[in-house]
Design a protein around this ligand. Structure first.
Ligand SMILES: NC(=O)c1ccc[n+]([C@@H]2O[C@H](COP(=O)([O-])OP(=O)(O)OC[C@H]3O[C@@H](n4cnc5c(N)ncnc54)[C@H](O)[C@@H]3O)[C@@H](O)[C@H]2O)c1
Length: 417
């Protein structure tokens, strides 16, 4: 926002984050973010504070706090949203716009609008579609903008203000969809539900491929040529994870149940189950390949839930690593960015920064996050120089199976022979 000319103040309750950001340091790994952050802070247009009263005077207030899965349940935990709104209310002025960005259960916005009514500010719902790893690009050049507005006159005015906020994207004729609150809230969860379904669909095909000798990667290429289907998001492997997709489809299911429409999206439970089964499949493949993993040295390449990120929330990679350790394996995990976060979450695992050191004397190697360092820059010949183990489990179907086999390795993919 500062890079496109706005005066911005970022507020968080986490003092460490505010300190780091104020120094121009990104508190997480995100390509392109450090540069743009330093620029913003240096320009004087970007400041950070832990004091919510510093939000007073802003015309537009973005609400982007977390909406995690409730402990012990599927529904979204709205504690942070409620706390942030309560804290902000005394600082809202008539004419201000409060733009909700957090992913929330449909029906949340209307309640927040009611709560802020007496301030004279207007609530809009402006769901966020950025992808971690591409966040800067997705924010500056989004593929669409969606704004849910109230039916009263303040709604159109607030949508106009958001058009000004997003002026470069609007000038570039990015689709700008103005709708009601419920549709805006649903667009976000529907998009995530669709993506989760696409991944789990191909992973379901992988399960069938496994018992028929078919190759799911060729199947994905072949059906992907159909422009109605498309090849993107048909990557088979150990499935999706992260801080969004899993909790968002669960929260959607929980909300649909509350609305008496649980059956309409009952299939999402199946998508979740398929997804989790693929993690178990990678563990089983490893156990079978090594004829038991007890006291075997296993190197897990990747900890982040996906490449170009240090996010380990609900990471399939770490889940696989933890389960193998549970079966008695000596598991070593490496990752170019996510080791500090992984160590905080699972201190019981062994972490090694250097990829080659991590690979030394491995009985089996699992590639579970498809960083270029593993997928493109690790040749079977080089791996052979580091260990006598000759088992490679390709949890992301991202390696050249023939090249590894030709170099004397036993290669195991996910749904490919
Ligand atoms: N991460 C993504 O790629 C992504 C993409 C689209 C949508 N979303 C949605 O955006 C929201 C945030 O996701 P995230 O991944 O950034 O979560 P996060 O947990 O990484 O960040 C949320 C931040 O909010 C802060 N916070 C909590 N309570 C606060 C309060 N009362 N006042 C000020 N700050 C407070 C936390 O300290 C934390 O820094 C979620 O609803 C998520 O579903 C995330």
């Amino acid at each position: 926002m500062a890079s496109i000319g706005h005066e911005v103040i970022g507020i968080d309750v986490d003092l460490d984050k505010i300190d780091a950001l104020s120094r121009g340091e990104a508190p997480f790994y995100e390509p392109g973010l450090p540069e743009i952050l330093v620029e913003g802070v240096a320009s004087g247009r970007l400041r950070f504070s832990a004091d919510i009263s510093d939000a007073a005077g802003a015309q537009v207030h973005f609400l982007a706090v977390g909406t995690p899965q409730q402990p012990g349940g599927y529904a979204a935990d709205l504690t942070f949203v409620d706390a942030a709104v309560d804290a902000l209310i005394p600082h809202l002025a008539p004419g201000d716009v409060l733009a909700g960005k957090s992913t929330v259960p449909v029906g949340t916005a209307v309640g927040i609008a009611e709560r802020i009514r007496s301030t004279g500010a207007t609530l809009v719902w402006n769901p966020e579609f950025l992808r971690e790893g591409w966040a800067v690009q997705d924010t500056i050049t989004p593929d669409r903008l969606v704004v849910g507005i109230p039916k009263d006159a303040g709604g159109e005015r607030a949508a106009g203000i958001l058009r000004e906020v997003y002026h470069p994207a609007v000038a570039a004729e990015t689709p700008f969809i103005v709708t009601d609150y419920a549709t805006a809230e649903l667009v976000k969860v529907a998009a995530n539900a669709f993506l989760a379904t696409k991944i789990s669909f191909i992973n379901a095909m992988a399960e069938i491929a496994e018992v028929t000798g078919a190759d799911v990667t060729q199947l994905a290429d072949a059906i992907g040529h159909d422009s109605r289907i498309g090849r993107r998001y048909l990557g088979s492997g150990i499935g999706f994870g992260g801080g969004c997709l899993p909790k968002d489809i669960r929260a959607f299911s929980a909300r649909a149940e509350e609305l008496g429409r649980g059956e309409s999206i009952a299939f999402l439970r199946e998508m979740d189950a398929i997804n989790l089964r693929r993690r178990a499949r990678a563990v089983r493949l490893t156990i079978d390949a090594l004829d038991g993993v007890y006291e075997k040295n296993i190197t897990v390449l990747g900890a982040a839930f996906k490449p170009h990120s240090d996010d380990v929330r609900d990471s399939p990679a770490l889940d696989v690593a933890i389960h193998l350790r549970g079966f008695g394996a000596n598991v070593t995990v490496t990752d170019p960015a996510a080791i500090p976060n992984a160590r905080r979450l699972h201190p019981q695992l062994t972490y090694v920064e250097d990829r080659d050191e991590a690979l030394r004397d491995a009985d089996a190697i699992l590639i579970v996050t498809e960083w270029d360092e593993y997928r493109r820059q690790l040749s079977p010949e080089h791996a052979s120089s580091l260990t006598d183990g000759r088992v490679i489990i390709d949890g992301r179907n991202c390696l050249d199976a023939a090249a590894w086999r030709d170099a004397g390795w036993r290669y195991f993919g996910m749904g490919r022979p």
